[in-house]
Write a protein that binds this ligand. Sequence first.
Ligand code: PMP
Length: 400
Amino acid sequence: AFESITQAPPDPILGVSEAFKADTSSDKLNLGVGAYRTEDIKPYVLDVVKKAEKLMLENGENKEYLPIEGLADFNKATVALLLGSDNKAVKDGRVATIQSLSGTGSLRLGAAFLARFYPGRTVFLSNPTWGNHKNIFADAGVEWKEYRYFNPATIGLDFEGMMADIEAAPNGSVIVLHGCAHNPTGIDPTPEQWSKIADLIEKKNHLPFFDVAYQGFASGSLDEDAASVRLFVERGFELLVAQSYSKNLGLYAERIGALNAVLPTADLATKVKSQLKRLARALYSNPPVHGARIVAYVVGNNDIFDEWKQEMAGMAGRIQAVRATLVEELKKRDTKGRDWSFITSQIGMFSFTGLKPAQVENMTKKWHVYMTKDGRISLAGLNKARAGYLADAMIDSFDN
Ligand code: PMP
């Protein structure tokens, strides 16, 4: 039956980790996947997560199925974290929230929902975007196109290009927006620009689909990082939001996140929720409980919540410090006086270096530095001790 199957290419992001594992050099450095590492470049389990898990053990939590829509306490906590604890849309019952399989699964559920209830529309993704967005929509049978986002000349946002492409999109298109800490560029619109984007999306009757994978990781403030989504909700938009707890709670493997649909009426929210449940039932039936209990515990408990904010600020702070060290090390070695300030102005886990594919190959083949082909490095995988080595590799690669 399957004789004609050919080999699939390695995943552009997770394939980098596979190649890293196979490299035997002691110099090797994995800056591919966006996963937080400590200053010793070790994986990190947050203390608040350990506390939640200890309590779960003590309470003897069972492993019964969750309802299709997930853990009620989690759903309550996650929408409050996203939109604010006394958000009017939530109080009015206009938000349908479904616990889903982290950011990816929530986006995939949203894509399935669009395929069924908003057929024939095109989804517009930023160029560049997180590599998996294209797969997710394509596999759900939803056509995607791109809007301009990055200007290589300024290593900044191509705001005019972005606006022109959103304007040119057919009325009623779906516009995917990164809520904060845009991946891979680390460049977000300013509040004034967000407001203009909202004006245009409203004028064009487009449907915003926010991807919030780094809440708390961009500015260090959970509220500030949700400001883009909250602006759109305050303005009365109908919209979708996918949330992930992979990065901000370090729950990568627990697959915990949510899909939120904000609707004009409570009645419609109830109906939409029922259809999302129907889609989820066929895709994976019901979501895993472990991560949901952790999030519900951390977000729903004042003392622990404050502790989480401190731990998150610690993670964000370490990445910022590493960015600064890298810039210093680059300046020390750079004989051409280039401007490296983009590394400290970009936010979140990543830096979009501008290294071309051949230069990326030099980084990996000669220097054993693993990164994605688009020139993105994850600063979360770097420490101060290795910043000089990375600077050597970058200068050598830029100069060749
Ligand atoms: N969206 C973006 C922009 C991301 O960077 C990520 C994580 N790399 C995700 C969604 C989803 O990740 P996960 O499925 O692990 O939550």
